[in-house]
Design a protein around this ligand. Sequence first.
Ligand code: DLL
Length: 437
Amino acid sequence: MIWNPEYESIERTDLEELQLRRLQSTVAWVYERVPYYHAALDERGVKPRDIRSLGDVSRLPFTDKSALRDTYPFGLFAVPIDQVVRIHSSSGTTGKPIVVGYTKGDITTWTELTARVASAAGVVSTDLAQMAFGYGMFTGGFGMHYGLERVGATVIPASAGNTERHLIMMADFGTTVLVSTPSYALYMAEVGEELGVNFQKLPLRLGLFGAEPCTEAARREIEAKLHIRATDNYGLSEVMGPGVSGECEYACGLHINEDHFLVEVVDPLTGEPRAEGEEGELVITPLTKEAFPVLRYRTHDLTVIDRTPCECGRTLARMSNVRQRTDDMLIIRGVNVFPSQVEDVLFKIESVRPHYLIVVDRKHGLDDIEVRLEVAEEVFSDIMADMVAFTRHVSERLHSVLGLNVKVTLVEPGTIERTAGKAQRVLDLRENGCSDV
Ligand code: DLL
C-alpha cells in the first residue's frame, strides 16, 4: 500500500519544485542558525538567495562526519536545546560519537517516513511487528517503532538480544513481522533451528531488515529459513535514522523519500557528480529537518539511483541496495579488496554458511589476509583430504577474484561471534599494530 500517495506518487516536476522550495528554506535556516554553516557558506561566497535551482546544490559545502565530531555534542543544532525533544547518537568505530537531535516536528516527520517504509514493505494495521533493533541511542528501535505504530501495527518492543525470548514471543504472540538487521535474522533462524522451532508453522510472513548490507544470498537464506519475504530499508543517523528509503513489493531498489531528502551521487574521490545511473557515493541533504539539518552529507555508501517509474506507482527515485562503503576498502599488499567481494565468492560456494570473518594482519612488514569460515557440519568430514580440498577450492576461488593469496580457515558452525546488531565482518589487526613485527 502507498502510505501517502500525494507525495509518494507526486509528479516529478511538482516534486522538484517542492524540493527547491525546501532546499532554499533549509539553506536559509542553517545560515541563520548554525555558526558552522554560516562560516562555511560565507567562505564559499554563497548566500541563501543564491540557491535558485536544484543544480545550485553543488554550490553548497559538503558535510563529513568530522564536522559532527568537531562540533560534538550540540554544535550543529539549529534550535535551542529546549526545543529538542530527543537525541540519538551513533558511535562509529573511531573517535567521539556523533549526536543528533529532533524537535517535535522532526519526530512527526520521522514517524511519517518510517510509516511509509513499513507500508511499502507490506506492513498493514493487522500485523504484529516484533522489534529486534535496540531501543537506545541507536536510531533503529525508536525510529521504526513510531512508524509501525502509525501504520496501526501492534508493536512488540522486544529490543535487541535475548534470542530465545524473541523466539518464544514470536510463537506465543503470533508475530507476523520481524524488524532487525539481516544478520540478526539469520542468527534467529539458527537458534530457532537448534531449539526445534518450525518457522513454517508460525504466522511470521515479513521481514523489515536494514542498518547493514544484505547480500542476495543472505536474503534468500533468511527467506528460506524463516519462511518470510525479506525487505531492505536504509537510513543513517546523521540525516534522520531509518526512514530515508525502503523497498516496495517489487523489490527493485529502495524508494527514497525525496520530498524530504535531496540526493546526489558523486565520485567518492573528487566529489564531482556521477552521470545518471552510474554508481557513486550517496550524498544527502535533508530538506525538512529542524533541529539537526545538514548540507550535502557524505554518507560513504555506494549506490546507483534509478529515476525510471516503478510498477508500484511511486514516482520517488530508487537507490540500489547498499553493498559497500567507500571506507570499507582494505588495501592488502597494494591490492584493493572490498569485503563484499569476499562475501560474493563465499556465498556462491555450497556448504558455506553465512558467517565469516576477514582477518587482516601484518607480519614481517607484509599484509596477510585470512578468511575464517563456518561451513556445514558435513564438510567437517573424517577424511582430512576432503577438508583440505575444500579449503583449497575456496582459496582458489578467492584468488581468482581478488588476485591475492587468501588463507582460508574452516571453523565449526557457531564459532564466529553473532551480534544482535550490525555484524562485524572485518578484523583489521594492522590498525592498532598489535602484531606488526
Ligand atoms: O543504521 C539507521 C537504520 C536503522 C537504518 C534501522 C535502517 C534500519 P547508523 O547506525 O547511523 O544508522 O548507520 C548508518 O549503516 O551509512 C550504511 O553504511 C549502513 N546502512 C544502514 N541501512 C543500510 C542498508 C542506521 N539497508 C549506516 N543496507 C549507513 C546497507 C545500511 N547498509
